[in-house]
Design a protein around this ligand. Structure first.
Ligand SMILES: Cc1cc2nc3c(=O)[nH]c(=O)nc-3n(C[C@H](O)[C@H](O)[C@H](O)COP(=O)(O)OP(=O)(O)OC[C@H]3O[C@@H](n4cnc5c(N)ncnc54)[C@H](O)[C@@H]3O)c2cc1C
Length: 375
């Protein structure tokens, strides 16, 4: 077996080839460190997602060197600058941002591209390779019975992470839920042009309308909500009826979303967590791609820094800080005592609408937004 001499006998096993795993493997490979990535699916694989990529995430990808600006544009289906806000059917406001777009990316192709980028940089990428179990603390066993030895383990294996279960000893019960339909443009009596957010239809959640190039992603998500998946499906069904759409004509896709379970130290010891496995989803917007990329590279940087987590994770302005802050703002937006004020604020003040846009487009921190809104 070949090991890079500069790294002694070090070898990292990354479990999962979504954005978190690919970013982590790419960063390690780019630093000349031996890394193997196991992804259980063959790529491209379907991923339940709205496909929104914030400008912060796009800038992070190009700034890190993983993707060029031209490639980023090639991966983008379309961009949006305008969003309309609704509360229980009432139109609150339409806001157009001056030049801070969000992108819509096709998740299957986007994820496959990033994984390929990690492979071309030197990561040993195995697709169709499920990590089933661990025979000892340094050996993973795959579905085909192969044993993969490692010195460092990165769990980038999504919301229902087996690696997280391994280090915490229990399955995380804190998950939210997201469901969506992909509806061809021509099925809409009047096709939507801009992003739409509909509050007040699901506790601690919202319905979204995300126009892509040829279809519209119409979905709903709830984080830390008392709403069950069937409540969300019913809310979506009612919404679609109002739009003269028939839910039964379209396929429903759903997946859990991490909720209120951020692991701020990204694992422990030589076992790291990244992306959904670490609970890095923003609790206001539900954005998780950008945070998966950032936390994946942070895990890689911790390994490269000789497991000195504190140095890497304490960096100001990290996604870990903003996910932690988002928990508070989620309560302001959806809490029983504050949601009315929040809705009126969006309706009556451009500053609040702008602040919400800054959250979904990833421009600015929660603390910066707070100062702007209350100054
Ligand atoms: C309905 C919905 C809509 C969303 N919309 C958006 C959006 O518009 N914008 C946004 O930024 N975020 C969105 N998110 C969140 C976003 O999809 C996730 O946060 C993001 O995919 C996290 O990336 P990840 O790499 O951590 O995990 P994943 O993308 O889930 O990747 C994990 C990978 O691990 C693999 N895996 C799992 N177990 C094993 C194993 N044992 N062995 C090998 N491989 C394994 C899986 O096959 C998978 O490919 C949405 C989520 C949902 C549910």
């Amino acid at each position: 077996m070949f090991y890079d001499l500069r790294c002694g006998n070090e070898r990292t096993l990354v479990v999962g080839g979504g954005p978190a795993g690919s970013a982590c493997a790419w960063r390690l490979a780019a630093a000349g460190r031996p890394v193997i990535l196991a992804e259980k699916e063959n790529m491209p694989r379907r991923k339940v997602c709205g496909g929104i990529l914030s400008s912060r995430a796009a800038a992070f990808l190009t700034g890190s060197g993983m993707v060029t600006a031209e490639e980023m544009d090639g991966l983008t289906l379309r961009t949006h600058l305008t969003i309309s806000f609704w509360d229980r059917g009432e139109h609150l406001r339409t806001y157009t941002a001056p030049g801070r777009p969000v992108r819509i990316v096709p998740r299957a192709g986007f994820d496959a591209f990033l994984l390929e980028r990690a492979a071309s940089c030197g990561a040993d990428v195995r697709t169709g390779c499920r990590v089933e179990s661990f025979s000892d603390p340094r050996t993973a066993v795959t579905g085909s019975g192969e044993r993969l030895r490692f010195t460092h383990l990165v769990g980038a294996d999504g919301c229902v992470s087996m690696v997280r279960r391994l280090i915490s000893g229990r399955r995380s019960r804190k998950t939210g839920m997201g469901l969506h339909y992909d509806i061809p443009m021509e099925d809409f009596p009047s096709p939507p042009v801009d992003l739409e957010v509909h509050f007040g239809r699901i506790p601690y959640g919202y319905i979204w309308v995300i126009p892509g190039r040829e279809s519209v992603n119409l979905g709903a998500g709830a984080l830390g909500s008392p709403a069950s998946p069937s409540d969300i499906v019913k809310a979506l069904g009612r919404f679609m009826e109002e739009k003269d759409l028939h839910a039964g004509d379209h396929e429903l896709h759903g997946a859990p979303i991490p909720s209120l379970n951020l692991d701020r130290s990204l694992g422990k010891g030589k076992v790291y967590l990244a992306g959904d496995a670490a609970g890095t989803v923003d609790q206001v917007s539900g954005e998780g791609i950008g945070q998966a990329l950032e936390s994946g590279m942070m895990a890689a940087d911790c390994i490269s820094a000789g497991d000195r987590r504190e140095e890497v994770l304490a960096a100001p302005g990290s996604c870990l800080e903003s996910v932690r802050q988002s928990v508070f703002y989620r309560h302001l937006l959806h809490g029983r005592l504050t949601r009315g004020t929040a809705m009126r604020a969006i309706r009556d003040s451009e500053v609040f609408a702008e602040a919400y846009w800054d959250i979904i487009s990833g421009n600015g921190s929660y603390s910066g937004i707070f100062l702007r809104v209350f100054s």
